[in-house]
Design a protein around this ligand. Structure first.
Ligand code: V47
Ligand code: SF4
Length: 382
């Protein structure tokens, strides 16, 4: 088990004034500024960032590392939008590979978990012109009727924005309608990069940054929680990553409604940005660490293992990450289609416990809202 840590030795032995100042700020739980965040990206080395991020993670979560038992439903991969980084959408290319699940097929996917201890279903897919808000409200109601204890986390702001506009509903009306049908939390997808110039180039036709943030702010005001993501490692600069984090940090100051921040590494297989090299593992770990340092009002930083791979996810636990997402059960295709090493993402509870223990942390099964379900002894095999 990891002992409580101090930054004293680092501070006393850091000659560089900027790094010393940042380490002191982190030690004193003082917020770092936009410019300081950017400078860390350009100048700091991984070990220094890891020490600071680990300090923050330890202060917030000790050596607990969270995971949950979950599965995804992807209603369709047909999408009216044309994000350049997307390897998944099948409206414009290879339409014959598109799928469209009916409401009863989605309920059957839920029924397949009858008697199994899953706590969350994550529902996200493409934006299909025929799947409207009433269709999804029926799906939510049927899931809740069948299994009331299953937490439904569903729909990116991109899907919601499209549904609400088609139904002529305001954001508050649409969210209230879906909440009453059974929707409990929003996932973090669709955020990509908030900088308007970069967003225009990679995802120009879908909901704007302002709309994304407004949907999450409204959900929080209605008592729902949500996650936030950031797609990094493509054409953005470090300034854009910090700008993205800054906009989220500002909303979180207002609402406190975000559960976790999930950096998503751009994967380059079979999409219109395939010519861009993927980031290195060092860059991924730096990104997690700076996220942990910068997002001081987020309780959790998640490494989504189906996208980053289980080994990097395991390493990330020493760079600020305290959550590995869940068992997944091979129920999502977004990342395998984009080239992730996890082609059939499934981890048993025993494997998650093993990965977390091996990295020196205490595995904790959580529900969607981070209530503890069970704490494992670090070496336990389930
Ligand atoms: O918004 C799409 C990303 C997101 C690629 O809230 C890509 O718990 C990398 O948001 N390379 C959807 N990323 C998935 C998502 C998510 C996943 C897991 C957990 C949660 C949560 C949310 O996937 C999209 C986009 O940013 N994405 N294509 C790609 N080629
Ligand atoms: Fe559609 Fe989402 Fe792919 Fe964009 S990333 S094209 S919104 S499925």
């Amino acid at each position: 088990m990891i002992a409580p840590i101090s930054l004293e030795i680092l501070i006393n032995n850091t000659a560089n004034k900027f790094f010393k100042h940042i380490a002191e700020k982190v030690q004193n739980s003082e917020r770092i500024s936009f410019n300081e965040g950017v400078q860390l990206f350009y100048e700091a080395e991984l070990g220094f960032l890891g020490a600071l991020a680990h300090f923050v993670r330890y202060k917030k979560n000790g050596s607990h590392t969270y995971f949950n038992r979950n599965f995804h439903i992807e209603p369709t991969n047909v999408c009216v939008f044309a994000c350049k980084f997307c390897s998944y959408s099948r409206l414009y290319k290879n339409r014959e590979e598109g799928w469209e699940l009916s409401a009863s097929q989605m309920l059957d996917l839920v029924k397949a978990y009858d008697g199994k201890p899953v706590t969350e279903v994550h529902i996200v897919g493409g934006v299909h012109p025929k799947m409207d808000i009433h269709f999804f409200a029926d799906v939510l109601r049927s899931i809740k009727t069948h299994r009331p204890d299953l937490h439904i986390k569903g729909f990116t702001s991109v899907e919601l924005d499209y549904m609400f506009r088609k139904a002529n509903m305001t954001t508050a009306e649409g969210l209230t309608y879906l909440k009453e049908a059974g929707l409990q939390s929003l996932p973090g997808g669709g955020a990509e990069i908030f900088d308007e110039t970069i967003r225009q180039q990679i995802a120009g036709d879908k909901c704007s940054s302002k709309q994304w943030l407004e949907i999450h702010r409204t959900a929080h005001n209605l008592g729902m929680h949500s996650n936030a993501t950031m797609l990094y490692g493509h054409i953005e600069k470090y300034e854009h990553r910090i700008d993205h984090m800054n906009r989220l940090r500002n909303v979180q100051d207002e609402t406190k409604g975000f559960n976790t921040f999930i950096p998503l590494k751009f994967r380059n297989k079979d999409n219109e940005m395939s010519h861009i090299n993927e980031t290195t593992t060092v860059e991924d770990l730096k990104n997690y660490a700076i996220s942990r340092i910068y997002m001081d009002n987020f309780n959790h930083i998640k490494a989504y293992w189906p996208m980053i791979g289980r080994q990097t996810a395991q390493m990330s636990l020493s760079f600020g990450v305290d959550d590995m997402d869940g068992t997944i059960d091979d129920s999502t295709k977004i990342y395998s289609m984009a080239g992730s090493e996890e082609q059939n993402p499934t981890l048993s509870t025993a494997e998650l416990v093993q990965l977390i223990s091996e990295a020196g942390f205490i595995p904790v099964e959580r529900d969607t809202l981070y209530n503890v379900i069970q704490k494992f002894s670090p070496t336990a095999v389930v």
